[in-house]
Design a protein around this ligand. Structure first.
Ligand code: 2E4
Ligand code: SF4
Length: 315
């Protein structure tokens, strides 16, 4: 007899409005221009999504240099440095920017502070495409990157009185609050957003994990190892007291021996993870346990973003 297990399913989870839009952009570009359509960087950080679009004729590359000038190219949801569209224009390429509007909002913020003569501190993860894209909105040296509270003590701004901060959209809400507090303590004149630039989807997915953390013996986050927002959900689960919290790309990644004897499991998915993989994981649990699914919904999301006009017009 399989043992009883309560599976707490977090909501919201999975695709956000920016991911929905980015995937739609690639699909609509393929319909409009036919294959191949080039995509600079994984459109979103999910192998399943990328493989699906590749099968329809999308070609994923890391740099614009790897794209021929006579085929359309799409920039990923994470955003690109200003040099990328500039180079596409120089080469007279057709391009569509799938940067999430909430990432673009941060780009505009950075530009505005720069125009006002402020140097920027960005809270983000070094090397992440969103961080590279946001820092790349301003000239070299205008954005100082901090990843931790300890980094705040290390930076050497030009003028501590003329500083602003911006953040990556997918950070841990709680860790970021600590970094913002350290910035304000060291640079009382620093200006910034009301709290940070973490988006609604990141915030809501972390809140949902916190709501289930106390009830579960294990947490599985469906998402890719390069997905920042998904990795943050694992950390949030651990910080909220769930000792066993793991990132899994799909059901085959689940370590069933580690889950032996559990009575309650939490399941969520990062903003780039499709719901089919959530269903696959739930079905896998049904093969091992007598499962009761309980939905734990902490927010309802109604955000939708339009695709760029060029894709809404006939070819
Ligand atoms: C763009 C901005 O940034 P992250 O690594 O979490 O990206 P991922 O593709 O996993 O999620 C979608 C996304 C895209 C989130 N923020
Ligand atoms: Fe946009 Fe937030 Fe989704 Fe990122 S996680 S794509 S910022 S809505």
């Amino acid at each position: 007899m399989p043992k009883p297990l309560t599976l707490y399913l977090a909501a919201p989870r999975g695709f956000c409005a920016g991911v929905d839009r980015a995937i739609k952009i690639v699909e609509m570009a393929l319909e409009k221009w036919g294959a191949p359509v080039y995509v600079r960087h994984e459109i979103v950080h999910n192998k399943f999504v990328v493989d699906g679009l590749r099968a329809k004729g999308a070609v994923f590359v890391e740099e614009l240099d790897d794209c021929p000038a006579d085929r359309p190219v799409i920039f990923s949801a994470h955003g690109v440095p200003k040099s990328v569209p500039a180079e596409a224009e120089r080469r007279a390429m057709t391009y569509v920017d799938a940067t999430c509007p909430l990432v673009s909002k941060v780009h505009i913020e950075a530009e505005r502070h720069f125009q006002n003569g402020l140097q920027m501190v960005m809270i983000g993860h070094e090397g992440h495409p969103e961080t590279l894209g946001t820092m790349g909105q301003l000239p070299e040296g205008e954005v100082l990157l901090v990843e931790t509270v300890a980094d705040v003590a290390r930076i050497a701004p030009r003028d501590p009185e003329r500083l602003a901060f911006i953040t990556q959209t997918t950070l841990s809400v709680d860790d970021t609050a600590g970094i913002v507090a350290a910035l304000k303590a060291r640079f009382p004149a620093i200006v910034g957003p009301h709290k940070e630039d973490i988006c609604y989807a990141t915030t809501n997915r972390q809140e949902a994990v916190k709501a289930i953390a106390a009830r579960i013996d294990a947490l599985l986050v469906i998402g890719a190892p390069n997905s920042s927002n998904s990795k943050r959900l694992v950390e949030v689960g651990r910080a909220a007291g769930c000792a066993y919290a793991q990132l899994v790309q799909r059901a085959t990644d689940i370590d069933w021996r580690a889950l032996d004897g559990i009575r309650a499991v939490g399941v969520t998915a990062g903003a780039s993870a499709p719901e089919v993989l959530v269903n696959e994981v739930i079905d896998a649990f049904r093969d091992h346990f007598d499962v009761t699914v309980e939905l734990v919904e902490t927010a309802r999301e109604r955000v939708e973003f339009k695709v760029p006009r060029v894709l809404r017009e006939p070819a």
